[in-house]
Design a protein around this ligand. Structure first.
Ligand code: NAP
Length: 192
C-alpha cells in the first residue's frame, strides 16, 4: 500500500496525459501573429465570441503575451473559463481584477498540474501550442482560418493532416464587426 502511494506521488503530469483542446486562428499561410506584437492581426468579433463559448468552464493554458492580449482586450474567455494558467519563467504579475483566478506556471508540466483534472484549452502562442501537441493527448483543434494572406513571422506548428479529421467547417462573412471572411473548423484526432 505504501509503495503504491509513493509511486502515485512521483507520477509526472506527462504520465497523466490529460485530454484537451487547442484553439487558434491562422491566416491562409498558417500565420498566427508577429514577433513583438501581442495583439492578433485581425479583429473578428464572431470568432472571439466563439472562443469564449469554447473556453467556458475550462482551464486556459497560454503564454504570457497571449494572456496580456486577452486582458488588454477584456476578452470574453477571461469571464467564461474556470481559470487561466500562463507560462513564464520570469516573475510576472497580472492584476486579479478578473472573475477567474490567474496563475503562473514556470513549465508546461506545472501548468498541467495546476489544471488538475479539469479540461484544458490551450490558447497559444506558437511555443505553447507546440508543447501542448507534444505533451498532451490533444483530441480536438478548433482552427479558425482567416481568408487573408497577411505578413507575420509566428506560425501554428505543422501537424500531420492525415491524423486529423475535419468534423465541422462553418464559414463566416466579412462585415462591420469582422475584418475578413473566415472559416471555423473543428479537427478531431483520428483513432489509431
Ligand atoms: N492567432 C492566434 O490564435 C494566436 C493565439 C495566441 C498567440 N498568438 C500570437 O503569439 C504571440 C506569442 O504568444 P506568447 O508569447 O503568449 O506564447 P509563446 O510564444 O507560445 O510562448 C512564449 C512565452 O511563453 C513562456 N513559455 C512558453 N513555454 C514555456 C515553458 N514550457 N515554460 C516556461 N515558460 C514558457 C515564455 O515566457 P518567458 O520568456 O517569460 O519565460 C515564452 O516567452 C502573441 O503575441 C500573439 O501574437 C496568436
Amino acid at each position: 500500500m505504501d509503495t503504491i502511494c509513493i509511486l502515485e506521488r512521483k507520477k509526472s503530469p506527462m504520465a497523466i496525459n490529460p485530454k484537451g483542446s487547442i484553439a487558434a486562428a491562422v491566416d491562409e499561410n498558417n500565420v498566427l501573429g508577429r514577433k513583438g506584437r501581442s495583439s492578433l492581426l485581425w479583429h473578428l468579433k464572431k470568432d472571439l465570441e466563439h472562443l469564449a463559448k469554447l473556453a467556458a468552464g475550462k482551464i486556459i493554458i497560454c503564454g504570457k503575451e497571449t494572456l496580456a492580449s486577452l486582458i488588454a482586450n477584456d476578452s470574453g474567455v477571461l469571464k467564461t473559463a474556470a481559470k487561466a494558467v500562463f507560462l513564464s519563467k520570469n516573475a510576472s504579475i497580472f492584476s486579479d481584477f478578473y472573475r477567474i483566478p490567474i496563475e503562473q506556471a514556470t513549465s508546461f508540466d506545472q501548468a498541467l498540474l495546476l489544471a488538475g483534472d479539469r479540461e484544458v484549452i490551450v490558447l497559444g502562442g506558437p511555443r505553447v501550442y507546440a508543447e501542448a501537441i507534444n505533451y498532451m493527448n490533444i483530441q480536438t483543434i478548433h482552427l479558425t482560418i482567416v481568408h487573408v494572406k497577411i505578413w507575420g513571422d509566428l506560425y501554428f506548428p505543422k501537424i500531420n493532416r492525415s491524423e486529423w479529421r475535419i468534423i465541422a467547417s462553418v464559414q463566416h462573412k466579412r462585415n462591420s464587426e469582422n475584418d475578413f471572411n473566415f472559416t471555423i473548423r473543428t479537427l478531431v484526432r483520428r483513432s489509431p
